[in-house]
Design a protein around this ligand. Structure first.
Ligand SMILES: Nc1ncnc2c1ncn2[C@@H]1O[C@H](COP(=O)(O)OP(=O)(O)O)[C@@H](O)[C@H]1O
Ligand code: SF4
Ligand SMILES: [Mg+2]
Length: 394
């Protein structure tokens, strides 16, 4: 049963000031997240997928406010996180947590597992003594770690076990929203499945809401209710998972689907693989940002930016010439079975998408006075959390 809307992201922008040009003397704005809007209901999972560098982590870090957005709103349970004071934010940090890709670098190597998982309780003063011990050992049990491991150090564990420690720590304060930033990308395929199953079990048990970030569709497919596809800082297609698989419309999404290996040789077919390099995010292409790699681009695509448009059925698309591919039912291994050649008539540039998500425009040049403020850092549980190097190039 879908719950109430717990998270609304409206026209979110994060622009970094970077050095460029000859000897790096020029200062330019890099639009890492460009006018992103979506909403998410309690208990659901939004998968965010796209190639490396498309802005997934920056988006996640803005939502948890490890980075301060350039403009836009992040409403969590109705309150704008971007506008919160640090004291207010500290309270909210209990309710939004993050799981990182690399469990090794996000766990303090000098701390025992017990202290790593206990740290959130200590920082927020929510448990001590016997109660703390029960909480930590209980969490270890929930994520499938034997309690006898409590006094070991992170290097004594495998990658999958380390990710379980990271999950236990993220769940310590009983958050409502968990941002999982490529939590299985560094793991072997068999271990990936175990961690995804664990995340699903914990979601059902604690009614968690997830944002699940990945660079490829397979893991996103397993866990998501909705999927947003990002390219160069923008959402180019977003739909309920089954809808996205049954009616794939954006040529970039088609390319991501076709990149999934098909084990059954009988199902292999001519693929529309993604060609060319991702353009420099500092100087994105004119018009449609995907036009330099799109096999269907024409002069309209080069000239005019397609707006994210409501195609019906909760399906939003930014493309002048949508395809209609089908990749079977989500969750089944039918990737590559699609026919993505058909063009959907009479769409493109029409309605701007729905009231509850907000219109996605061109993204403009919204970097304002608060630009470049470093993330509040620190308080996700101090140094060992592996907070990204906020605004390093700013
Ligand atoms: N602190 C920063 N300073 C300048 N540019 C950054 C910074 N962090 C990320 N970027 C740039 O923003 C874009 C999006 O990065 P990121 O969010 O890490 O992408 P992803 O997580 O999808 O791989 C990339 O072009 C990246 O180089
Ligand atoms: S707008 Fe044009 S270039 Fe962009 S994805 Fe659609 S067909 Fe390709
Ligand atoms: Mg990333």
């Amino acid at each position: 049963m879908p719950g109430e809307v717990i998270l609304e992201v409206k026209h979110l922008n994060k622009h970094f000031k970077v050095n460029s040009g000859f000897l790096g003397l020029q200062r330019e704005w890099l639009k890492a997240v460009n006018d992103v809007s979506f909403s998410l209901r309690a208990g659901e999972t939004l998968g965010i997928v796209g190639e490396s560098g498309c802005g997934k982590s920056t988006l996640g870090n803005c939502i948890i406010r490890l980075l301060r957005p350039t403009s836009g709103e992040v409403r969590f349970q109705g309150m704008d996180i971007c506008a919160m004071t640090d004291a207010r934010l500290r309270e909210h940090r209990k309710e939004i947590q993050m799981i990182f890709q690399d469990p090794f670098s996000s766990l303090n190597p000098r701390k025992r597992v017990f202290d790593i998982i206990a740290e959130p309780f200590r920082v927020h003063g929510t448990a001590r003594g016997k109660a703390l011990e029960e909480e930590v050992l209980g969490l270890m049990g929930e994520v499938g770690l034997d309690r006898s491991y409590a006094h070991r150090y992170p290097h004594e564990f495998s990658g999958g076990q380390r990710q379980r420690i990271g999950i236990a720590r993220a769940l310590a304060l009983r958050p409502k929203l968990v941002i999982c930033d490529e939590p299985v990308s560094a793991l072997d395929v068999s271990i990936q499945a175990q961690i995804l199953n664990l995340l699903k079990e914990l979601q059902a048990k604690h009614h968690l809401t997830y944002i699940f970030i990945a660079h490829g569709l397979p893991s996103v497919r397993q866990i998501s209710d909705h999927i947003a596809v990002m390219y160069l800082g923008e959402i180019v297609e977003m739909a309920p998972k089954n809808e996205l698989f049954a009616r794939t419309m954006h040529p970039y999404t088609v390319g991501l689907f076709e990149a999934i290996p098909v084990p059954d040789p009988g199902k292999r077919k001519e693929k529309q693989l993604l060609q060319g390099d991702i353009p420099n995010a500092l100087h994105p292409p004119t018009g449609c940002c995907f036009h330099t790699r799109c096999p269907h681009a024409d002069e309209v695509c080069v000239r005019e930016k397609p707006r994210l448009t409501d195609m019906g059925g909760g399906h939003f698309l930014a493309c002048h010439h949508p395809r209609r591919g089908s990749y079977g039912q989500a969750g089944e291994d039918q990737a590559g079975a699609g026919q993505a050649g058909e063009v959907v008539p009479g769409v493109g540039g029409g309605d701007v998408h729905g009231a509850d998500v907000g219109a996605l425009g061109t993204g403009g040049d919204a970097h304002g006075a608060d630009m470049g403020t470093p993330g509040t850092g620190g308080d996700v549980y101090g140094a060992d959390v592996g907070a990204p190097d906020a605004e390093g190039a700013g």
